[in-house]
Design a protein around this ligand. Structure first.
Ligand code: COA
Length: 672
């Protein structure tokens, strides 16, 4: 039996090297976007775009130049980097140009016969070791690759629009694919900033089963409501309604095709709404101008849309098409849902969800219904992945849409995993790491802050709630190690500080950016570092009051980081070794009063010269002083929670948080 894949794709190193030359077949809608993603992720890569029409290739190459120019204008790419992205990027109408490719991605029209021809033409030219993947959104791998000489080197890698920015890629694990191929693809995507989701080989895979049936249900509802009304109701759940999205993507023929595929394979209830064949564009307003809908009509539309969403979700999980946490995450990140369908189901509660499903079963006979109690469909920890190496549990923070930023439920999920295993004699300890290669954790989720502004006790309580995990770590008998695979900011750094040791990739860095947001780090950063590394107080002062960055190397020099690693594999190895080395040897943190030099700041500016709020710096300095003088660690931590509450009531906090959410620089001049 083959070993199961690790939940975190980077935990299984791939023997296959990075590709050097990738061919993308199809210069239409998505092929060039895939090429742009590949080139920005790996600028030295050669990419060849193949199409039967030279005009399509020319247009695609021009589009990629526009992307790179725009990225330079917006400061996302340096001009030299843009040059590199555009270099080694070619187009050809001749399949011979694929001969040196080690990976060919087919992104042509959704037509099985055409794809068979493309694969035959491609396989005749590429080497035996080359990988072949298709970007089909619906056709199962078993049908696509049936004629290949070497089907084990082929699978579906399904990107979502826009493929250069949307991180989700479904990787289809079908029975004839080599395990090593799936391991490599997941590893490659994760290491290059994507979010690979493993999916079974069924028509439309996982996420398009949700999207296509959501759109088809909306079209079936047109009997009793207009497209504008349906879109307006749908916006409770998605950023843009189904008809608006279908207009954008010229998607009507796609739904006809994909739902016909599902109907032929799985039953008439999936048959596409006839109206999809006769309409080219829907009359529907932009998402920001919803239409008026009567309450009765709203209730009917809402129940049907929720019905199809819940029905598809339970079917996906009952048939093992995908994982529960992946379903929610994929719907949010790839399809623009405001919440995952399982999160919605949890919010609705079992009684409401069952009632809606029963009504849906009546209105839409044949549609899938739950096969077990609704509570069992929920993921055990929606924002975490849990693996094991030796006797060590590896907890991966996975919120790629927010650089793994933490919120209170997520810290409780981590605590839940630790509590589940800490008394198990077979578990020596834990490692916490971030998903992907960019971030360990970008801090507390700033999106949750606006609701706390102006309410000191609610904000202080939020800090206490987020601290449950950290206080538990302080008292643990088994080691928890932070493996810093990238930036560790704010609350992410505070989590790392409370772990029993830290290992970091050399490229990792740490920062307390709260002061730039007009708030302060209330869950330990004003307390813990001074107790653990008293000699480095000036470094922590600069981090707190000036948002100074701390590189992994500097952190290692002052003892904050215990080991440095060259790459992810070494990081995890060192972290696991640290767990073993610390087992049974944990030392408690200083409990009583400590001596901390005063935190004096000459000018309210960041280390790189940006304006800060003098009043917030004043609150930080006072909290550091009072926490040092507190009689116990618990009392010192309480100083931090309250200071966070006080900061949340300042004009500076209002300005700083608003500026972050509006993607602008804050102006602390008027706020003080
Ligand atoms: N909370 C919520 N969302 C966050 C986040 C946080 N702490 N940090 C990053 N994100 C989100 C961004 O808003 C962005 O979402 P979007 O694509 O919907 O706009 C996404 O993560 C990617 O971040 P982005 O800013 O595009 O990446 P970048 O590489 O340009 O910048 C940072 C990275 C970390 C410098 C920048 O995101 C940042 O300053 N984040 C805030 C860090 C912070 O202040 N943490 C302490 C919070 S108390």
């Amino acid at each position: 039996m083959t070993a199961p894949l690790p939940a975190n794709p980077l935990l299984e190193p791939s023997a296959r090297p990075l590709p050097r030359h990738v061919g993308v077949i199809g210069a239409g809608a998505i092929g060039p976007d895939i090429a742009y993603y590949l080139k920005t992720a790996l600028p030295a890569l050669s990419v060849t775009l193949i199409d039967i029409r030279q005009a399509a290739i020319d247009a695609a190459l021009a589009r990629l130049r526009e992307y790179a120019d725009k990225a330079v204008t917006r400061g996302k790419l340096k001009p030299e980097a843009a040059e590199e992205v555009l270099a080694n990027l070619h187009g050809s109408t001749d399949y011979d140009a694929l001969a040196t490719c080690d990976w060919v991605i087919e992104a042509a029209t959704e037509n099985l016969a055409l794809k068979h021809r493309i694969f035959a033409d491609t396989e005749a030219r590429i080497g035996d070791d080359a990988v072949l993947t298709s970007n089909t959104s619906s056709l199962p791998a078993a049908r696509l690759f049936s004629n290949l000489r070497r089907p084990e080197r082929a699978t579906v890698t399904h990107f979502f629009a826009p493929a250069w920015r949307n991180p989700v890629v479904e990787v289809i694990d079908w029975p004839r694919a080599d395990r090593a191929l799936i391991v490599w693809l997941r590893h490659f995507f994760c290491a290059t900033g994507k979010l690979p989701l493993i999916t079974r080989d069924v028509p439309c895979f996982m996420l398009d089963r949700v999207f296509d049936n959501w759109c088809n249900e909306a079209a079936l509802l047109l009997d009793g409501a207009s497209a504008a009304e349906i879109d307006s109701v749908a916006q409770e759940f998605v950023h843009a309604g189904p008809f608006f999205v279908l207009n954008l993507a010229h998607g009507n023929p796609i739904i006809v095709e994909t739902n016909t595929l599902q109907a032929d394979a799985e039953g008439e209830h999936y048959r596409p709404a006839p109206i999809l064949r006769s309409v080219e564009r829907w009359v529907t307003p932009a998402p920001k101008q919803p239409a008026d809908v009567t309450p009765e009509k709203r209730a009917c539309i809402r129940e049907r849309l929720l019905g199809v969403l819940l029905s598809q979700s339970v079917d996906i999980l009952d048939r093992g098409i995908g994982e529960a946490a992946d379903l929610d995450l994929g719907c949010r990140v790839a399809l623009g849902f405001k919440q995952g369908p399982l999160e919605l189901m949890r919010e609705l509660g079992d009684a409401q969800s069952s009632r809606m499903l029963a009504r849906f079963a009546q209105e839409r006979p044949g549609m899938p219904m739950p096969q077990r109690a609704l509570g069992t469909y929920q993921p055990s920890a929606s924002d975490l992945l849990v693996d094991a190496i030796d006797s060590v549990k590896i907890i991966t923070l996975r919120r790629p849409e927010a650089l793994n930023a933490l919120h209170d439920q997520m810290t409780d999920q981590i605590l839940g995993v630790i509590r589940r295993h800490e008394d198990d004699p077979a578990v020596t300890g834990f490692v916490i790491v971030g998903y992907g290669t960019k971030a360990f954790c970008a801090g507390a989720d700033i999106g949750r802050f606006p609701s706390l502004l102006g309410n000191a006790s609610a904000a202080a309580q939020y800090a206490r709630d987020c601290s449950r995990l950290l206080v538990h770590l302080d008292a643990m008998r088994k080691p928890v190690i932070a493996a810093l695979n990238g930036m560790a900011l704010g609350g992410g750094f505070e989590l790392a500080l409370r772990c029993h040791a830290r290992v970091a990739q050399r490229s990792a860095w740490m920062q307390l950016p709260e002061v730039t947001l007009g708030i302060l780090p209330g869950i330990g950063a004003m307390v813990v570092p001074y107790r653990r590394w008293p000699n480095a107080a000036p470094v922590f002062h600069a981090m707190l009051a000036r948002a100074a960055r701390l590189s992994a190397r500097s952190a290692s020099a002052i003892g904050v980081v215990d080991d440095l690693a060259d790459d992810f594999d070494a990081l995890i190895r060192l972290a696991v070794a640290r767990v073993h080395a610390l087992a049974g040897r944990l030392e408690p943190m200083a409990q009583g009063r400590v001596v901390v030099p005063p935190l004096d700041v000459a000018e309210a500016r960041t280390a790189d010269g940006r304006m800060l709020s003098a009043s917030i710096i004043g609150l930080i300095a006072a909290a550091v002083r009072d926490a040092a003088a507190a009689p116990t660690l618990a009392a010192a931590l309480e100083v931090g929670y309250r200071a966070f509450g006080a900061a949340a009531c300042t004009a500076a906090a209002r300005e700083g948080i608003a500026a972050f959410l509006e993607h602008r620089e804050p102006d602390f001049g008027p706020t003080g």
